[in-house]
Design a binder for this molecule. Structure first.
Ligand SMILES: Nc1ncnc2c1ncn2[C@@H]1O[C@H](COP(=O)(O)OP(=O)(O)OP(=O)(O)O)[C@@H](O)[C@H]1O
Length: 276
């Protein structure tokens, strides 16, 4: 089906090239942290998402849920946080997505130059730069069809044609990116298979091309086929995006993971290999 948004037609194909906001080249390498030198094989500028000494105590409580959390995630890499239920993983993701504010510490993007040193001031990681897919995202679907689900929350005021075309192109790209292009945009999202619901939830976040894509338990509740499907899709997305996931499904995600951390009870994060 051709995309129709507010009565105007968008392009049908071919898929658009993906151009992430960050222009530097890939580094599946590591910028582990300020103190760790970059491997000599990496010759170009690169960025890292950096969390420095972040602690969090919910307002009105005395208990710290996160204690001096530190980590760095290089762009276009896949980071995985694992740990016991109730240790604070989701709380950390919420801070990264800007849904709550750290009690102390900072979360920012740092660019590094050829010499491995910061080459500009760190930029705050604002919520607009982050896409988050919550656990069981399909439970929050609101619309009667796929198109409305993806465009839900878009500005409704009458923009000029150029602006609408811009949005339509982004929509088309997101749909293609997650492999939803074979699905009618008229379809009720609630009737999609489990795997396709996850694709849709990802497409909603990808319209904005987030600098950081956060996934809370991306495989939870899916059957084996849908799980394999989502892993394959994430492998594809990883080529263009920086992804941070929280999951208990370590074996299935292991082939994607560049860096991993364990969240200990009490909100203490440690870099650790996956316990496979
Ligand atoms: N606003 C809040 N006030 C007080 N305690 C909270 C608040 N939000 C979360 N908690 C508690 O903080 C702890 C960490 O919760 P969080 O959801 O981050 O854990 P988690 O590691 O993601 O767990 P799971 O794997 O089960 O999702 C839990 O004990 C939770 O009950």
């Amino acid at each position: 089906m051709a995309l129709k948004l507010g009565g105007w037609r968008a392009l049908e194909s071919p898929p658009l090239p993906i151009t992430p906001k960050s222009s530097s080249s890939s580094s599946s390498s590591s910028c582990l942290n300020f103190r760790t030198p970059r491997p000599s094989s990496v010759k170009c500028d690169y960025s890292c998402f950096e969390v420095r000494d972040v602690s969090y105590r919910p307002p009105g409580t005395e208990m710290s849920l996160l204690k001096s959390v530190n980590f760095s995630l290089p762009e276009k890499s896949f980071g995985l946080i694992f740990g016991r239920s109730g240790s604070g993983k989701t709380t950390l993701l919420q801070l990264l997505a800007g849904l709550s504010k750290p009690t102390s510490g900072s979360i920012h993007i740092q660019r590094y130059g050829n010499d491995g040193h910061p080459n500009q001031s760190p930029e705050p990681l604002t919520p607009e730069r982050v896409g988050i897919v919550f656990q069981f995202p399909e439970r929050y679907f609101m619309a009667d069809n796929v198109l409305e689900e993806v465009t839900f929350g878009w500005p409704r005021q009458r923009g000029d044609l150029q602006f609408k075309e811009h949005l339509a192109l982004r929509l088309q790209r997101a749909i293609n990116w997650v492999g939803l292009n074979g699905i009618s945009l008229d379809k009720d999202p609630h009737t999609l298979s489990g795997g396709y619901k996850r694709r849709l939830a990802l497409a909603i976040q990808l319209v904005q091309i987030p600098d950081l894509l956060i996934l809370d338990e991306p495989l939870a509740g899916l059957d084996w086929k849908a799980r394999a499907d989502v892993v394959k899709l994430l492998k594809h997305l990883k080529k263009e995006l920086t992804i941070l996931a929280v999951s208990h499904d370590l074996k299935e995600l292991a082939t994607l993971v560049d860096q991993s951390w364990s969240m200990k009870m009490g909100g203490i994060l440690k870099e650790e290999p996956l316990p496979l």
